[in-house]
Design a protein around this ligand. Structure first.
Ligand code: GLN
Length: 186
C-alpha cells in the first residue's frame, strides 16, 4: 500500500511517525518525481495553507493530487490540510483542491485561543485528545452526504465525505493512533 504524505511544508513528519507506529510504510512527497505511480492513500498535514498552496502550484503537484482525490483515493487533511480540501475558504481566498463540499473559516478561534486541547468524539471514536493550533472550523456543509464526525464548542471540526476526511485539529500531535488507524482501514 502506497501511503503518500504531502511534505512540502508543515507537520508532515508527525504523520510519518504515526504511520511508523502502525507499521505502515509511506512516501514523503516533496516534489513531483516523489509521486508513486499509484497512490493508495494521501495525507495532507497541518501547516500554513497559503504557503502550501503556493508550493503545490510551483512544484506542479496540485493537479495530479487533485485528480487522485477525485478518483477516490482516501485522503486525510488535518488543519491546513482541511483548508486545502475545502470547496470554499471563508476569507475569500481561492480554493486549493476544492474537492470537499464545505466552507471553512481560517484561524477561526481568534488569537487568544490560538492553541488549545479538548477531548471529544470523532465519529464512533470517543474521548479523543484534540489539539487545535490556529485551527479552522467548518462553517457550512454543501451536501447532505457530508458526515459530521466531530463538533467542538458547537462548531463542526471533523467531517467525512466519501473518500475525504477533513479534520480541524491535529491527531498527529497526540499519542492516540485511532484516527490514523481508522483512516488506513476506510
Ligand atoms: N492557520 C493555518 C492556516 O490557515 C492552519 C494552522 C494549522 O495547520 N495548524 O493555514
Amino acid at each position: 500500500m502506497n501511503v503518500a504524505i504531502l511534505a512540502v511544508q508543515g507537520a508532515f513528519i508527525e504523520h510519518a511517525h504515526m504511520l511508523e507506529k502502525l507499521n505502515q510504510e509511506y512516501v514523503l512527497i516533496r516534489k513531483k518525481s516523489d509521486l508513486p505511480e499509484r497512490i493508495d492513500a494521501l495525507i495532507l498535514p497541518g501547516g500554513e495553507s497559503t504557503t502550501q498552496r503556493k508550493l503545490l502550484l510551483e512544484l506542479d503537484l496540485l493537479e495530479k493530487l487533485k485528480q487522485s482525490i477525485l478518483e477516490g483515493v482516501p485522503v486525510l487533511g488535518t488543519c491546513a490540510g482541511l483548508i486545502l480540501l475545502a470547496e470554499e475558504i471563508g476569507t475569500g481566498e481561492p480554493e486549493v483542491f476544492g474537492t470537499l463540499p464545505v466552507k471553512v473559516v481560517r484561524n477561526a478561534y481568534g488569537r487568544q485561543l490560538g492553541s488549545f486541547s479538548v477531548e471529544g468524539n470523532f465519529g464512533k471514536i470517543e474521548h479523543f485528545p484534540m489539539r487545535f493550533i490556529r485551527a479552522p472550523y467548518i462553517e457550512k456543509i454543501f451536501r447532505p452526504e457530508v458526515e459530521i464526525l466531530s463538533v467542538t464548542d458547537g462548531k463542526i471540526t471533523a467531517v467525512r465525505y466519501q473518500n475525504q476526511f477533513g479534520v480541524a485539529f491535529h491527531p498527529e500531535l497526540t499519542e492516540d493512533l485511532r484516527i490514523h488507524q481508522e483512516f488506513l482501514h476506510c
